[in-house]
Write a protein that binds this ligand. Structure first.
Ligand code: ADP
Ligand code: ZN
Length: 608
């Protein structure tokens, strides 16, 4: 029995073995049992129902809320030689009838259906006339009222259980938290169903946090390492999205914008280009991303702070679905901390909600300021214990020097106190560094005891100290938007020397400049990007393979990854097959694709 599943995996998908719990899930479903699968993005959820769909008699019904994705999924299956189709509101009545006819003729192995369509009496009656092999409920967290993806129609899906009690159901989600999980079980009537819970780690994603200094320049340097690769750059506001995209285009990057304020048609066109073309940078608000199934997004960059760890995990999770190296890069500074606290304070939410939002922001700031393994912290936040330090985050790769900043923190807090808790960082730093200015004199601040006590740190380092103090809650930012700082309850402990302040060491401006000039990598540049690492000698063949793929994709008007994923191309590059038989051994080359594309790729491989 198990060998049949493996045979399908080899022949149709061209993969050598199942990953993690896939084999167990396939077997469970194949035997007619229900289950709930929790796996991170890129974990390989689709095979969990696609393989049983091919093994069992009849048509598998896949419920998905993401209409825009159905076409791609059906395209991908068609490429594998699997008979698949979809039913949703984008089809003309004529096309819809054709799909229905194919279903009735029992030609389809998989049928993707939008939930509202599935629950219509017409579709239900149709399904009663054909053998259904299984129901797969994708994005099952959409049933949860508490998530941001709530779909009321999902609530009706327990009907499947009542109407088709003998047909196995598999619900899948990449949302990990326990309340959502129990809501799925309850709402979909899955009590008693086995739960498969995978680790939520995304080992191929490298997490990096950099201190904002000159965001534009930092972003460009980061993007340089990812030339010709696809990625997403998240910004908080629509205005910043537009500005950033324009600046990147001016610098010769292939960048586009996406936010909810744009015209629907432009937005859709940009999204389509991001999916179809290679090497496009999408600069976007978080309105972009839900249902982006592109496997070769090589990086996600945040130019502003996400709202929470949940948001950060979800947004960065869009990188590297194909399992190849990918970057999650966050650039933030004091200004962001202040902006986020203000946004929470000024929001319409009630007190209780604000308290929750503040706590979520604090968790994220703790992550950003941390000197320990980022992955460990991230997984820990979701209740998963990492086996050790990961070796694939900035802090693991280059452990930051931390220093006892308690005394410095006391100076900073005194400066806030002595100036009456009504100034922003710029002024406070001037006071500490003993600078001379009219503003300073007019407030008589050159006579304060704290005046000039902090000449040993430069302005940037002081700014880092203030950022850390705000992030740690030892200072509060005002809520009116002036950026003034005030003491908090926890300031007292620091001022009295009872609370120690440990901070990441940040090199002085002069030191960093010198390092840049001498070509020596600064601490920051040393944290290399996590790219595919194509060697110079490999480049010509790599480009040639990509060109063949691009041509084939264009001919059929499908995204390049529908022909072959990067992982498959990379395997070809490294294994260098010289015959069709050898090509068949490459991961991702199944029988149908070998027949369709084998010759074209072999021509490139053998001409080397
Ligand atoms: P998810 O839906 O969980 O985000 P996908 O089903 O899209 O993940 O799979 C993620 C990637 O992993 C895809 O590129 C898929 O082809 C690949 N993949 C999944 N299972 C296997 C496997 N057993 N062997 C090789 N590649 C796999
Ligand atoms: Zn780590």
């Amino acid at each position: 029995m198990k060998s049949e599943a493996l045979e399908v995996l080899h022949r149709v998908f061209g993969y050598a073995s199942f990953r993690g719990e896939q084999a167990a899930i396939v077997e469970h479903l194949e035997n007619g049992n229900d289950c709930l699968v929790l796996m991170p993005t890129g974990g390989g959820k689709s095979l969990c129902y696609q393989v049983p769909a091919l093994l069992r008699e009849g048509t598998a019904i896949v419920v998905s809320p993401l209409i825009a994705l159905m076409q791609d999924q059906v395209d991908a299956l068609t490429q594998l030689g699997v008979a698949a189709a979809f039913l949703n509101s984008s089809l003309s009545p004529q096309a819809q009838r054709e799909v229905e006819q194919r279903l009735l003729r029992r030609e389809l192995k998989l049928l993707y259906v939008a939930p509202e369509r599935l629950l219509g009496e017409r579709t239900l009656e149709l399904l009663e006339r054909v053998p259904v092999s299984l129901f797969a409920i994708d994005e099952a967290h959409c049933v949860s009222q508490w998530g941001h993806d709530f779909r009321p129609e999902y609530r009706g899906l327990n009907l499947l259980h009542e109407r088709f009690p003998r047909i196995p159901r598999i619900a899948l989600t990449a949302t990990a938290d326990a309340p959502t999980r129990s809501e799925i079980v309850e709402r979909l009537g899955l009590d008693g169903a086995r739960q498969f819970v995978a680790s939520f780690d995304r080992p191929n994603i490298r997490y990096q946090v950099v201190q904002k200094d000159n965001a534009r320049r930092q972003l460009k340097a980061f993007l340089e390492a990812h030339r010709d690769e696809s990625g997403i750059v998240y910004c908080l506001s629509r205005k910043k999205v537009d500005e950033t995209a324009a600046a990147l285009v001016e610098d010769g990057f292939h960048a586009m914008a996406y936010h909810a304020g744009m015209e629907q048609a432009t937005r859709a066109a940009n999204q389509q280009r991001f999916l179809r073309d290679e090497g496009v940078i999408m600069v976007a608000t978080i309105a972009f991303g839900m249902g982006i199934d592109k496997p070769d997004v090589r990086y996600v960059a945040h130019l502003d702070l996400p709202k929470s760890m949940e948001g950060y995990y979800q947004e960065t999770g869009r990188a590297g679905r194909d399992g190849l190296p990918a970057d999650a890069w966050l650039c933030y500074g004091l200004g962001d901390v202040v902006t986020m606290s203000q946004m929470i304070a000024q929001s319409e939410s009630g007190q209780e909600r604000k308290r929750v939002e503040r706590a979520k922001l604090e968790a994220l700031l703790g992550y950003a300021e941390s000197t320990g393994c980022r992955r460990r912290l991230l997984l820990g936040y979701f209740g998963e214990e990492a086996p050790g330090n990961c070796g694939n985050c900035d802090n693991c790769i280059e452990p930051p020097r931390s220093w006892d900043a308690s005394e410095v923190a006391q100076k900073a807090l005194s400066a806030v106190y002595r100036t009456g808790q009504r100034f922003g960082v710029g002024h406070l730093v001037s006071v500490l560094r003993g600078e001379d200015s009219d503003k300073l004199r007019s407030w008589n601040h050159h006579t304060l005891s704290v005046y000039g006590v902090g000449k040993d740190l430069d302005a940037r380092q002081w700014s880092g100290v203030f950022r850390h103090l705000v992030a740690a809650g030892h200072l509060g930012a005002d809520h009116e938007g002036y950026g003034t700082l005030h003491l908090t309850e926890s300031s007292r402990g620091v001022l009295k020397g009872e609370t120690r302040v440990l901070m990441r060491f940040e090199a002085a401006q002069a030191e960093r400049r010198a390092a840049r000039k001498s070509g020596k990598p600064s601490a920051k540049a040393g944290r290399a990007s996590n790219t595919l690492q194509i060697g110079d000698d490999e480049r010509p063949l790599w480009d040639a393979l990509r060109a063949v793929r691009a041509r084939l994709a264009k001919e059929q008007n499908v995204p390049a990854y529908v022909i072959f994923h990067d992982a498959t191309l990379l395997d070809m590059l490294r294994e260098h097959p010289m015959s069709l038989r050898e090509l068949a051994q490459i991961s991702g080359v199944g029988t149908t694709k070998l027949e369709k594309y084998g010759e074209a790729f072999l021509a490139v491989l053998t001409s080397e």
